[in-house]
Design a protein around this ligand. Sequence first.
Ligand code: ARG
Length: 450
Amino acid sequence: MDQSLAKFSESISFDHRLYRHDIRGSIAHARMLAQQGILTQDECGQIEAELIRIQGLIDRKELPFKIELEDIHMHIEQALIDALGDVGRKLHTARSRNDQIATDLRLWVREGLDTVDRLLEELQRAYLSRCEQDAGVILPAYTHMQRAQPVLAAHYWLAYIEKLNRDRLRVADCRRRVNICPLGGAAVAGTSMPIDRHLTAELLGFESVATNSIDISSDRDFAVESVFVLSMIATHLSGWAEEWILWSTTEFGFIKLPQAFCTGSSIMPQKVNPDTLELTRGKSARVIGSLQTLLVLLKGLPLAYNRDLQEDKPPLFDAFDTVMACLELAVPIVRGSVLQVESISKRLDQGYLDATALMEAIMMQGVPQRTAHHKDGALVAMAHEQNNTLSQLIDDDFRKVDSGFDGAILRESLGVDGAVASYRSYGSSGPDFVTDQIASWKKKLQVESD
Ligand code: ARG
């Protein structure tokens, strides 16, 4: 082989991180071969002991990687043969690198998904702890990025808990399709050797055995799916990062980010830059890009294994690394940020956040919605002209718009507190419902109630 091809085609520079999974797969394979009488117990014992020794070498970075040996599978097998000779040469019985790489990757992705799930749960807990920390705080909710209606801060945090929960459900669902054993599919057609694929699957903790050897060596759906799940997480994190970047500006003055996760400017000493959040927003591009890469990689491939598939690893690894890093940093930022309650509440009276609550109070008096909307508008215009808030309108003002209006009753749902207290629908920011939701998430996330 020309040296330029060796350089071009090697994957050891990135697939070396599969070594533990490769060795785990090989040990299960050897045990199965011994169980089936294809290897003797003694040969299996030697192979297993040697593979564990090789794992130690790689752990300690004592196994040199050479591009001539191409990938992680060949490195480990060569080290085994160097140590055991002919016994080592028997390990590759009834398997090929095609089902081997599929197995390694599935083991790796399964582990990755479990870590991501744990991090998502930690982030949910961080938001949940904020719900109590920020109890009673009211924030403006926005639509079209315009102040819309007042809501409890906890209602915001619960919204993120919901999104993260859907992410976790996707992780769990994706894991079911990852957790299927390809080993023993061999190159493409299966094998004439009397192997027991169900035993291998069981030894590796797989839920079931993949049923079609052609499909086995070509299937990377699980990789695409897992990177989609990660893309969705990255998209959620990016939206959140954008929101808190805005909220941390002087213009908003809603939140103070923890200093340890911000940076300074080299020439503007007054600045505190939200770099972690900006990078979280920026890194979502890489994850979404990896999803694109994987889809394009697969879209023109005939059955079954094609070497193109080697290119699945860099985007797959990068997507997992990136999302894990973002999640790890999101946790202390969510926990450590402080709502600027004073500056928020000072301006809650601006923007007529209680106008919708007033409209609903008018409707409660039997006025049709369209009419109530119109009269509410007239009241907002009147308040605006007087340079007042809605709760500052006097009884006469209400009567001017409609002689039947009772100012005392309508004022009950005014002001942000009145508006928030008036919400009563399932899923709303009503204080009782929000309290119930916090309790129910505490139970789901097994957080101690105080
Ligand atoms: N390094 C290869 C990959 O990542 C392993 C499988 C190679 N199989 C083959 N028939 N050349 O896809």
